[in-house]
Design a protein around this ligand. Structure first.
Ligand code: FAD
Length: 459
């Protein structure tokens, strides 16, 4: 039996940083990783996909060269092995750096293997037994593969296997019209594939407001992506071209045939093979570890951080989980998950930056609201870049004058949203931002203007 002060399971977006803080505080730490250092974000999530999105943007801009007075002779060609190699390099460098940092930590023992609880204070990794009075679960998640009719008969790809492709599919069928599916759909369209997106809801990214969904749909269809919504019952079957999907949509052909199928219908936590029952750790009906506001599980001495606790689904939320746990354990603070202002981005081009409540969620509170919006076609920076698709919108509590939420779907939207996120984080009223003097020409400079033009909503 190897005894440590702390065991960390998973080298994702929280574990390695926590290992750094705990070992710097003098604790002996065992960090266990079963697959790739850096977890989803580094290897099969944010980093490779955003690298591919950048290649896809370059292809798109090159095709649009003439719009800017820049002329090329001949068609734009995409060298997929080079595109893939670039993503592999970015991921590989980050993975190596996480591993090097971990192995260089004094007091931290790095173990490679699958960790499984044997008791509330005991974990087995292969033939090694580890014990500690503090155990941190940072096991992340993986692609959800639901038991759709026909799934066992067809070849399908997930976000992980998509990244191994070094060819452009002839026709990529994406099942799932939400965040992950749409990023892949647009990038592969720009690499030259025919792309169809199938979504069971009546609109793309149904979590967003209707005007945002509609604008996203316009952006994608303008690039030649076929969008099939209201696909109530999706069935899969082999086809001479590769695969076909049956889509009981209200409009359009009943089947879509394609060469490749990407399943992007959600994520599930890696908690089913962790022996949580041996430790007595409770999970919810979808397998997410139940945690309190301080990320503690129901078992004293066990915490859960990152995607596996269901309190966030992003790298920044997993990292913030680390900050919360470390501050509370080591700095005598009382930081809580509920203090976090929710924010995220959808990295289609132009991107969607989001913070706080959607308009629909804000209306559901029954509070008196002020609403402001502006199309990107009225944003100078967007006009100059000839990237005028999308809109920005903000919703404010009319009584407290605090911003409740915002969306910026447009060029630079992933960056510009931070102005609003920062004001929300400091808890200031909207007029502080309205009176700011932003830089010209930027997308951000129109945020004060939008705030000054807000109108009360009819409930
Ligand atoms: C295609 C895609 C694109 C994304 N893009 C973005 C983005 O742009 N921005 C963003 O913020 N988020 C993005 N995400 C989400 C982001 O990747 C995750 O939110 C983030 O990686 C979660 O970090 P984590 O530490 O919770 O888990 P992970 O990063 O998944 O790490 C968990 C680690 O635990 C290991 N592990 C699991 N079980 C065990 C076990 N029993 N024993 C030992 N080790 C184990 C795993 O091998 C893994 O290394 C994206 C995700 C996907 C799939």
């Amino acid at each position: 039996m190897n005894t440590f002060d702390a065991i960390i399971i998973g080298a994702g977006q929280a574990g390695p940083f926590l290992a750094g803080r705990l070992s710097a505080a003098g604790m002996t730490v065992a960090l266990v990783e079963r697959h790739l250092f850096g977890g989803t974000c580094v290897n099969t999530g944010c980093m490779p996909t955003k690298t591919l999105v950048a290649s896809a943007y370059a292809a798109h801009l090159a095709r649009r060269g003439a719009d800017f007075g820049v002329l090329f002779d001949g068609p734009v060609r995409v060298d997929m092995p080079r595109v893939k190699a670039r993503a592999d390099t970015v991921s590989g460098n980050a993975r190596a750096s996480v591993e090097k940092r971990l192995r260089g930590l004094a007091g931290c023992t790095v173990l490679q293997g699958h960790a499984r609880f044997e008791a509330h204070d005991r974990v087995r990794v292969g033939d090694q037994e580890l014990t500690a009075s503090r155990i941190f679960i940072n096991v992340g998640g993986r692609a959800l593969v639901p038991p759709m009719p026909g799934i066992a008969e067809v070849k399908y790809l997930t976000n992980t296997s998509m990244l191994a492709l070094d060819q452009v599919p002839e026709h990529l069928v994406v099942v799932g019209g939400s965040y992950i599916g749409l990023e892949f759909a647009q990038m592969y369209r720009r690499f030259g594939a025919k792309v169809t997106v199938i979504e069971k809801s009546a609109r793309l990214v149904p979590r967003e407001d209707e005007d945002i969904s509609a604008a996203i749909s316009d952006i994608l269809t303008a690039e030649g992506i076929t969008v099939r919504t209201s696909a109530e019952c999706i069935t899969l079957a082999p086809h001479e071209q590769g695969v076909s999907a049956g889509v009981e949509c209200t409009a359009g052909a009943p089947r879509v045939a394609g060469s490749h199928l990407l399943l992007a219908v959600g994520r599930r936590p890696n908690t089913d093979d962790l022996g949580l029952d041996q430790a007595g750790v409770e999970v919810d009906e979808r397998g997410y570890v139940k945690v309190d506001d301080f990320l503690a599980t129901n078992v004293p001495g066990i915490w859960a951080l990152g995607d596996c606790n269901g309190r966030g689904a992003f790298t920044h939320t997993a990292y913030n989980d680390f900050e919360i746990v470390a501050a509370n354990l080591l700095d005598g603070e009382q930081r809580r998950v509920s203090q976090r202002v929710p924010a995220y981005a959808l990295y289609i081009d132009p991107p969607l930056g989001r913070v706080g409540l959607s308009e629909r969620e804000a209306r559901a509170t029954g509070r008196p609201l002020l609403l402001g919006s502006r199309p990107m076609s009225r944003v100078g920076r967007a006009i100059e870049k000839d990237e005028t698709r999308g809109l920005m919108k903000v919703v404010v509590d009319a009584e407290t004058r605090k911003i409740l939420g915002a969306a910026i779907l447009g060029t630079g939207g992933d960056e510009a949203i931070h102005g609003i996120l920062d004001i929300m984080n400091v808890g200031a009223t909207y007029d502080r931002l309205e009176r700011a003097v932003p830089i010209h020409p930027t997308v951000s400079e129109l945020i004060p203007t939008m705030l000054s033009e807000m109108k009360p909503t009819a409930q």
